[in-house]
Design a protein around this ligand. Structure first.
Ligand code: ATP
Ligand code: MG
Ligand code: MG
Length: 548
């Protein structure tokens, strides 16, 4: 691996270690289990686990499950599966909900210090009293409640004596603070909701700001890495840790990953699923990890992509072409080559012995020096691609045309002698001759041809289905695009070819196999396949052919 210069996170960590601030580091990946993970999360996973791989230490998987309403067990399972598939193993699997009792104690500590109070205001009143970024907020009468009263009311909140929204617990900081987040932020709200782990035990739930930093401290996380929108929260993060006198975790922010032609927030992806714009979270067009896995992306190529884009301190937009480049590069090294004809035209070899079949050899992967070979049946009736033939070709056309010669891959040179048409003028077959002494590997014909075509023997061809994917959105930068993001959906993002013709070796295809269909692109098998019908997803085209 080539040496690159340190990113700003690595610089911070190296300084901390050098100064003896910590002896080893600890990071965490903290997903909220309210959806499937996407490529942005993959970036965060690679970053957090990558740092402890590099510097030693541990990375926890912590489910940030403080919001009982949107969270589901299905999401927890998918998240664990995706992190493992990406190639990472967490030190501990933890849940913010496991800390509910401890967080409650922390809140009591702050009340006792006179640093938190129970507020009866409605959410509208609270919003109004907050002021604006340019005008200070106002204190309300509840702010001066006694410690004893606050302790009693907070316990009553916990015991379910109030209805949702009747009261909140707030930190008592400064209603005129220049940072709006510091104007007495809410720590707890009342929610009579069932939680996927704690059931009906709790009637109050901590807010993100009162749960996240405290969870980091409990786990002794040294570097708590999050995205830029949390910068204004950092002051509050530090305030809680300082006043609770707990482990001094540090929040550090980096720019979230945004990708061209891609929607990347769970909220939007959930809409695409619920409103059936796609066929589920793992639809191969989705930027979810499960979607990319089904599409045929490899964990290696996703990790390589995350490494290549680096860590930024400013919002930016990454070209999705870079992701495709990384996938293509990896698949070129590992994919098994097969010949598949998408839109066939029949070729009859007039001088090939009638009824004869011979087995030819082809390398599974010329990029792999240990490549095995496979057998391909060859006969006098073949399919080639319609687009590889032109009746009236322009100059420098090296594929097949009347009187012209081409090589059939791993087979013989053929020459087009006659074009057969039906009454309507449609071409029904091409009658060709083959050069017997031009067999690949033992060619003594002395003939040089420029074009090499893929083909399949008609009587041996296996019909399979292929699914071709295009970008899900037509707008390059969805954040900048006008109107609703769904207005920009590409209606032609999925094209199904129900019958294409593959060479017989395709029958051995297994779930994790990756293929290059020669001259067509990279493909993998889709789980919709049955014993009678194999279905393939196009992972990525062979070249960057997408017109901007
Ligand atoms: P979304 O906006 O898609 O719902 P989120 O940030 O709310 O994402 P979380 O489950 O809270 O989702 O995220 C877990 C971790 O992944 C957080 O640390 C978050 O900062 C990080 N993360 C989420 N999206 C991105 C992204 N696009 N780029 C980098 N990191 C991300
Ligand atoms: Mg979040
Ligand atoms: Mg979120």
């Amino acid at each position: 691996k080539e040496e690159r210069s340190l990113n700003f996170l690595e610089e911070i960590i190296e300084e901390d270690l050098k100064a003896g601030k910590y002896t080893s580091i600890a990071t965490r990946f903290p997903p909220e289990p309210n959806g499937y993970l996407h490529l942005g999360h993959a970036k965060s996973i690679c970053l957090n686990f990558g740092l402890t791989h590099r510097y030693g230490g541990r990375t926890n998987l912590r489910f940030d499950d403080t919001n009982p309403v949107t969270e589901e067990v299905e999401y927890v399972e998918s998240i664990k599966n995706d992190v493992k598939w990406l190639g990472f193993q967490w030190a501990e699997e933890l849940y913010a909900s496991d800390y509910f009792e401890q967080l409650y104690e922390f809140a009591v500590t702050l009340i006792k210090k006179g640093l938190a109070y129970v507020d009866d205001s409605t959410s509208e009143e609270i919003a109004k009293q907050k002021g604006t970024p340019t005008t200070p907020g106002t204190d309300n009468p509840y702010r001066s409640r006694s410690i004893e009263e606050n302790l009693r009311l907070f316990e009553d909140m916990k015991d379910g004596k109030f209805k949702d929204g009747e009261k909140v617990l707030r930190a008592k900081i400064d209603m005129a603070h220049i940072n709006m987040h510091m104007r007495d932020p809410i720590m707890y709200r009342i929610k009579h909701a069932h939680h996927h782990r704690t059931g009906d035990t709790w009637k109050i739930y901590p807010m993100y700001d009162f749960a996240h930093g405290q969870s980091d401290a409990i786990e002794q996380i040294t570097h708590s890495i999050c995205t830029l929108e949390f910068i204004p929260h950092r002051e509050l993060y530090d305030w809680f840790i300082r006043n609770l006198e707990i482990f001094p975790s540090k929040q550090i922010e980096f720019a979230r990953l945004n990708l061209t032609y891609t929607a990347m927030s769970k909220r939007k992806l959930l809409q695409l699923v619920n409103e059936k714009f796609v066929n589920g979270w793992d639809d191969p067009r989705m930027p979810t990890i499960s979607g990319m896995r089904r599409r045929g992306y490899t964990p290696e190529s996703i990790r390589e992509f995350c490494d290549k884009i680096g860590i930024a301190k400013r919002e930016n937009l990454i070209d999705v072409g870079l992701l495709e480049f990384c996938v293509r590069e990896h698949l070129n090294k590992i994919a098994t080559r097969r010949m598949v004809v998408f839109e066939p035209i029949k070729v009859v070899l007039t001088n090939y012995p009638k009824g004869q079949v011979e087995m030819l050899e082809g390398e599974d992967n010329p990029e792999d020096e240990n490549s095995v070979t496979r057998q391909m049946p060859f006969s006098g009736e073949l399919y080639i691609e319609q687009e590889d033939f032109m009746e009236n070709p322009p100059k420098k056309y090296f594929r097949l045309s009347p009187g012209q010669m081409v090589r059939l891959k791993s087979a013989y040179i053929i020459k087009c002698e006659e074009v057969v048409k039906d009454a309507s003028g449609q071409i029904t077959e091409l009658r060709c001759s083959y050069i017997p002494e031009s067999k690949s590997g033992s060619d003594t014909s002395g003939i040089n041809v420029k074009g090499t075509l893929h083909w399949v023997s008609i009587q041996h061809a296996i019909p399979v289905e292929v699914r071709l994917y295009d970008r899900l959105f037509k707008a390059e930068d969805l954040a900048e695009a006008e109107g609703d993001f769904k207005d920009h959906i590409n209606q032609n993002s999925l094209q199904i070819l129900p019958v294409v013709y593959a060479e017989p070796a395709i029958k051995e295809a297994k779930t994790k196999d990756r293929y290059q269909f020669l001259r067509k692109g990279y493909f993998c098998i889709d789980p919709d396949s049955t014993a009678d019908k194999l279905i393939f997803n196009r992972t990525v085209t062979l070249r960057d052919t997408w017109a901007k």
